[in-house]
Design a protein around this ligand. Sequence first.
Ligand SMILES: Nc1nc2c(ncn2[C@@H]2O[C@H](COP(=O)(O)OP(=O)(O)OP(=O)(O)O)[C@@H](O)[C@H]2O)c(=O)[nH]1
Ligand SMILES: [Mg+2]
Length: 322
Amino acid sequence: MTVATANPGTEPAWLQGALAGQRASLARAITAVEENTVDAARVLQAIYPLVGRALVVGFTGAPGAGKSTLVAACITEARRRGLKVGVVAIDPSSPLTGGAVLGDRIRMLSIASDSEVYVRSLAARGHLGGLSAAASRVVDVLDAAGKDLIIIETVGVGQSETEVSGLAHVTVLVCAPGMGDDVQMIKAGVLETADVYAVNKADLPEAHGVIRQLQAASHLAAGAAPAVVATIATTGEGAAELLDAVRQASAARALPHGQERLRRLRKTLETMAAMELERRLQSMDAAAVGLVCQSVLDGRCDFPHAVRQLLGRAITDPQENT
Ligand SMILES: Nc1nc2c(ncn2[C@@H]2O[C@H](COP(=O)(O)OP(=O)(O)OP(=O)(O)O)[C@@H](O)[C@H]2O)c(=O)[nH]1
Ligand SMILES: [Mg+2]
């Protein structure tokens, strides 16, 4: 068995470039882990010693609330503070609102040419091991590449969003007035998973009502009451306060670097092991599986035992041990 080396300095130039945060090399490393190409194992081996330093923030909220605009404003503010920023945008062009993709918003700003800002969009479908697993590996590459702040922008309010916000240390729920996403209408569970509420479009008069509702809702939270921050993403107002609130919320949850690194490595290894097990189960000898099924039907074998037999076969089948 060959093991990719983890010694710094022995990696190919593109991988060293990626770890140094160079844009083109970073793109190659991210594609490798996103699409699980032949380079993936080598990239993963190189990054995990370095993972666990970045602050990871998820932005969620209804389509059109202004997430992309607000993320762009927060990037500008973070750069003002000297932070290196990575962004993972999940399916950023919502068909519901036709909202501009994050990339478009960023192209309009001075951060477009900033080499310390790296933005990557992930399609919502078609990832090995699922979207959140792919997003998690991409976040880890950005972390290893020295980004201080990594922002994940998700779409809508759904399963994938909840999953993806689970990758973040801090989740910001972006609300806006007049979009049918009044507090009562925000899907159950979403308010509770957020650590900070951003009331965007605070230039609109109806924003006051949303702020009041969220302030009331924040006191119902089980843990620390989420901060409610008013923002006007189009002008950047409130972005500094929002980043301050995020920083404050993160203080309560930060793990020491070593522990965080282990937690993230474990997550990736578990995903990859599950993917490999799935692949082996799918490609198992049909006759052998048939025998196990038959023994269940005949009452010679109970379910837990049958499951253990399948798992045992999947792991030890010599055909699969290549
Ligand atoms: N008045 C006002 N409009 C804003 C503000 N922030 C964003 N918008 C507008 O709201 C619309 C939607 O903004 P996006 O940033 O695309 O919203 P989004 O939440 O990313 O949308 P999806 O990606 O489609 O879910 C755009 O037309 C923005 O210009 C704000 O603070 N005030
Ligand atoms: Mg968007």
